[in-house]
Design a protein around this ligand. Structure first.
Ligand SMILES: Cc1ncc(COP(=O)(O)O)c(C=O)c1O
Length: 486
């Protein structure tokens, strides 16, 4: 049996913490300062990959100083790359410095943010309200919560949508499951993020219950959509959910939210907006009008860990009626009844998690460190850089733009001189990884409009024109190499 920790031992432990933490903070600051002069990304050395995979369970305690040294040597230098201003992959910003500091303080408190009279509870309530206010969504206490990300928030929102649709049809899904329930139908644009389909699959609607929303050149064919809804109703199914994107993952396109919500309202469907990437785009006055209708959605998902740069993880689900979430999730056994009699109850009554991390502190710190004006300026700046990149792409004969950017994502393709048209798909498919391997810029690929496409997502506050020029030069040069290699 181990000895109880004496107060002298505890003092020593705290002293070791203080010294190791100071060393870590200084080294992390050096690390962050050094990132722009390092390759954006590099593959791990084979030996290190093996060493990490094979790490044995340590038999004996290690000193905190040694842990800091090991992390600084073996882990931090081998990052994903999103700390670098020439990182344009997926939807991954660098962390906000305020969020990094707050993560340490949140871990030191280590609450489970569910209920009770402690500051984290009230800070999350405030932060959720801030997020709703920032994107112009109405908010009442309880009508939203922080999640691990957009995917989890989508499941939370769809569970509420499913519960409401089935309750209206006279079916209690919490008691009876889906057995004997009418088939619910979801209307989903082709460009919706995969988390939408996954949530529908998980919740038992099945991907077969998805109908494509007729969108052509950014316009909704409302007549065709309503005809499709009527056909489903005619066959005995229950049209339940309509989805729109406030910024698609492939090309940053904002769906015609107002036209969509009009149909949803007329048809009695739950309207869900996926703003995981793009909801904060509404802060850019140049495109704010494109978001009209988002405020009327039944639910909105947005990710502070995307455009705001809150360190992962921080997603958020917002709903018009908090009771829709509570109806779907509330379950209070006797051992968890603390706080359940408060007007809005506990956070666990509104989502998937029981033990919940303190995501609000890093989100609060990130927003507070910039203020609404700072965030709006950063969003508008990223969008302007995307337009600048689109111009560079259009000027470059060996590239072509796949879509005019609406937000901060630019979709484009390579067409290297001398490349036979039949090889273009293969070349564009191979390009992102080949560009990444050179270490000067990081871009990822997708299929857009049925064709292999590169997409550059601009989220880093220190990305500048010089990084856009590097990206274009790297893609052109790499494409030539890929073609030459056959
Ligand atoms: C438009 C969109 N929706 C949803 C998601 C999923 O969010 P998360 O990765 O936080 O689960 C993403 C992720 O990139 C996204 O871009």
């Amino acid at each position: 049996m181990s000895e109880p920790v004496t107060s002298a031992a505890h003092e020593d432990e705290l002293q070791a913490f203080r010294s190791a933490a100071h060393a870590l903070v200084d080294s992390v600051a050096d690390y962050l300062a050094g990132l722009p002069s390092r390759p954006v990304w590099q593959p791990l050395p084979d030996a290190l990959r093996r060493q990490l995979l094979d790490l044995p369970v340590p038999e004996h305690p290690a000193a905190l100083d040694d842990l800091v040294t090991t992390a600084l040597r073996d882990v931090l230098p081998h990052a994903m790359g999103n700390g670098h201003p020439a990182f344009f992959g997926w939807v991954n910003p660098p962390p906000s410095p305020a969020g990094v500091i707050a993560s340490l303080a949140a871990a030191a408190m280590n609450p489970s943010v569910v209920s009770g009279d402690h500051a984290d509870i009230f800070l999350e309530r405030a932060v959720v309200r801030w997020l709703a206010e920032l994107v112009g969504f109405p908010h009442a206490p309880g009508a939203g919560l922080l999640t691990s990300g957009g995917s989890a928030a989508t499941i939370v929102c769809f569970a509420a949508a499913r519960g409401r649709a089935l309750a209206t049809a006279g079916h209690d899904v919490r008691r009876d499951g889906l057995a004997g329930a009418p088939q619910l139908i979801a209307y989903v644009p082709a460009e919706a993020h995969s988390c939408v389909r996954r949530a529908l699959e998980l919740l038992g609607l099945g991907s077969g219950a998805m109908r494509e929303v007729p969108l052509e050149g950014g316009r909704l064919d409302a007549v065709a959509l309503r005809a499709s809804i009527a056909a489903d109703r005619g066959s005995g199914a229950v049209p339940a959910l309509l989805v729109g994107s406030a910024g698609t993952v492939n090309a940053g396109v904002i769906d015609p939210l107002e036209a969509l919500v009009d149909v949803a309202t007329a048809e009695g469907l739950w309207f869900h907006v996926d703003g995981a990437y793009g909801a904060f785009g509404v802060l850019d006055p140049a495109i704010a009008a494109r978001y009209r209708g988002m405020d009327r959605a039944d639910s909105v998902v947005l990710d502070p860990h995307k455009w705001l740069g809150v360190p992962v993880d921080a997603g958020c689900a917002l709903v018009q009626r908090g009771d829709d979430l509570r109806d779907a999730f509330s379950l209070i056994p006797p051992y968890l009844r603390q706080g359940a009699d408060a007007p809005v109850g506990t956070f666990a009554e509104y989502g998937l998690e029981q033990t919940r991390p303190f995501r609000a502190l890093k989100t609060w710190a990130t927003i507070a460190a910039q203020g609404r004006t700072g965030i709006a300026a950063q969003v508008a700046r990223a969008n302007a850089l995307a337009r600048e990149l689109a111009t560079l792409v259009e000027r470059e004969p060996e590239l072509e733009l796949a879509a005019a950017p609406e937000t901060s994502i630019v979709a484009f393709r390579a067409r290297p001189a001398g490349c036979p048209p039949a090889r273009l798909e293969d070349v564009n498919r191979a390009l992102p990884e080949a560009v990444q391997a050179r270490g000067r810029a990081f871009v990822t690929g997708t299929v857009f409009g049925g064709r292999e496409t590169l997409r550059a997502c601009i989220l880093h506050p220190r990305t500048g024109s010089e990084h856009l020029a590097t990206l274009v030069a790297e893609v052109v040069a790499t494409a030539r190499t890929v073609v030459a290699a056959g």
